[in-house]
Design a protein around this ligand. Structure first.
Ligand SMILES: [Zn+2]
Length: 154
């Protein structure tokens, strides 16, 4: 969906700023493992029930594998039975972007990290209250850091 960009804009990831991060495909390949690169940058999907966070019920925060953005909190994680970590809401407004995905002969809504465009998974309208949404995310796209998950607030 996004056009191939010329390799002129190669802002280095400084880690802490909130700038949009753009690396070349080559830079991403150096930064990520082959599996991470395939899923996060080439929109791959890990096998159902294979991800390391599917059964993770610990308290903490899930960060973007590619850029470290805070994406999901354990307090919004639930067992959807789908085989992938599922959340009913992102950690904050605007950290996750949505795109229409018509690949594989399906109409789905792809979700990406708003900061670095990493592919995360898809969002489906069959989640639990209070949002009714299921953010279905590859474990590989996430880095879990144990700790206290912030209180839920609306
Ligand atoms: Zn990111």
């Amino acid at each position: 969906m996004s056009e191939q960009k010329p390799f002129t804009n190669t802002t280095q990831a400084s880690g802490m700023d909130e700038e949009h991060i753009e690396l070349t495909e080559q830079q991403w390949q150096q930064k990520l493992t082959p599996e991470q690169y395939h899923i996060c940058r080439q929109k791959g999907t890990e096998r159902a029930f294979s991800g390391e966070y599917y059964h993770n019920t610990a308290s903490g925060t899930y960060f973007c594998t590619c850029c470290g953005e805070r994406l999901f909190e354990s307090a919004t994680k639930y067992d959807s039975g789908s085989g992938w970590p599922s959340f009913f809401r992102p950690a904050a407004r605007g950290v996750v972007k949505e795109y229409l995905d018509q690949s594989h002969a399906m109409v789905r809504t792809e979700i990406t990290c708003a900061r670095c465009d990493a592919h995360l998974g898809h969002v489906f309208p069959d989640g639990p209250a209070p949002t009714g949404l299921r953010y279905c995310v590859n474990s590989v796209s996430l880095q879990f850091v144990p700790g206290q998950s912030p209180e839920l607030n609306s």
